[in-house]
Design a protein. Sequence first.
Lengths: 338, 171
Amino acid sequence: MEEQMIQHTERLFQTTREIEGLYPHVHIWGWPIATYLFLGGLAAGILLFATLYYLKGKENDMPFTVKIAPIFTFIIISIGLMLLVYDLHHKLYVWRLFMTFRIESPMSWGAWTLVAVSILSLLWPLSYIDDIEAYLHERGWKKLDKITRFIRNLEHNWLIPRFIILTFRKYRKFFAYILLFLSIILGIYTGILLSAFNAHPLWNNPILGPLFLTSGVSTGSAFVMWLSNNKKERRLMSTIDMALIATELFFIIHMIMGMQAGPEAFKQAAHLFLGGEFTVIFWVVFVGMGLVLPFILEALELKGFHIPPALPAILVLIGGYIFRMIIVYAGQMSAYPF
Amino acid sequence: MNSYLAGFLLGLLIIAAYYISGEGLGSSGGYRDCVIATIHDVAPSYAEKNSFIAPRLQAGHSPSHTFLVYLLLGVIFGSIISAVLYGRLKWSIGKAPHITNKKRLYLALIGGILWGIGTQLGRGCTSGLVLSGMAVNSLSGYIGLVGIFGAGFVFAYIFKSIWIKTSKNKK
C-alpha cells in the first residue's frame, strides 16, 4: 500500500524518453489548442470588420457585419477559453495568468487581451439591443424575443447594467477604436504565441503571426458572408475574402521559401510540407480546398454565376481550422536535429 | 455533353489514373479507409480484433495518404464546379413526384447500406471492380459487369414503382 502511494507521487526517469509527450517528438498540444487558435482568429476577424465598418460610418448599410455578427464573438471566445482551461494540466491555477503581466510573453498578452476582448464583445451587441431586436423581427426569428426582452428589462430596470450600456453607447466610438486594436492583437497573437517557441523551427518564423491574422480575418469575412442576408454586404465580404486568400497564399509561399533558404533545421521543417508527412493534407486539403477552391467559387460568383454563399464560406472555415491543426501538430514534430 | 464522348473521356481518365498513381478509379475504397480509421480512433481494441479491420490496419493505409480518398474529394468538388458553370447548383432531392421526400431518403439510406455491404463482399464497386478491373482485363471485372447489370435489371423491375407510376400505385 505504501509502495503504491510512492509510485503515485514520485517517478524515476532513466532517460528523458520515458516522459510522456516528449519522444519521438514533443506532443503536448492537441486539438483543443488548434481549435482555440481557430476560434480566436475567427472572433478577431468578425470584430475587426464590425469595428472597422462602424468607424467608417457604415453601421446602417452593413447591419449584419456591425451589429449582428459580434453577438457570436462572445460565444466563440467563451468556447475557446473553455478549451484553453481544458488543456491546462492544473485547471485551478488558471487565475495565476491574471496575477501578472509580462511584456515579453505572448501568452501574457493573449490572456489579458482575451479578457478585454470578451468583455467588450459582450457589451458591443448589448449596446445595439434595439437594432438587433428589429433585425430579428425583420428576418422572422421571433423565438429569440424572450432573450432580447430579458436584456431590455435588465437595461431599463437595473441601475448598474443601465449605466454600463448607456456609457458604452455614449463612448462607442472610443471603444470601437480600442476593440479594433485589440482584435488585431488577438488575431496576430495566435500566431506569435507559436513563433515564440524557438525550439520548433516551423513555428519560429516571423511570417506566422501575419499569416494567422490574415487567415483569421479571412474566416471572419467568410462567417459574415455566410450568414448575412444583405446582398451588398455579401459581395463586399466575398471580394475582401478573395484579397485575403491571395495574401495568405503569398505568405505561405514566402514562409516556405524562407525556410528552404534557411539552415538545415528550417529545411527539415519545410520538408514536412514538401514531401514529408503533411504534404498532401497541406497542399490538397488546406491550400487546394480551403484557399484556391473558395477563391475560384467567389470569383465565379462575382462574374455572375449562381453560387450558394454557404459553400465558399464553409470551405474557408474548414480550411482555416485544418490550417491550425496542421501547424499545431507539424510544429511540434519540427525540431533541431540531434 | 454527349454520353459516348463522356465515356471515352472516362476511359482516358482511367489510363491517366493508372499511370500517375498506380491505382485505378474507385469510390468505395476511400469510404472504407475513412471508416476503418474512424473505428480505430474510437475503439482501438475492437478494431485490432476485428477480422475485417485488423489486416487493413496492419497494411497501414492512413486515409490522409490514400489516393482514393482524395479522388472522392475531387469528385465532390469537381461536380460542384461543373454544376456552377452550367447553372445547376441548388439543394434538391432527386425523386419521382409521387413519393414523399422522407420515403426517398429512407430508401436512399437502405440502398446505401446495401451498397456498402455489396462493395465489400465484391471487393469494389462499379468503378473500382468493373471499370478499373476491366481496364486491366481482369476476369473479375467482366463477371462484376454481368452481375451488376443483371441484378440491376431485376431490381429495376421490382422497384420500378418508386420511380414511375405503374398500374399498381395509380389512384
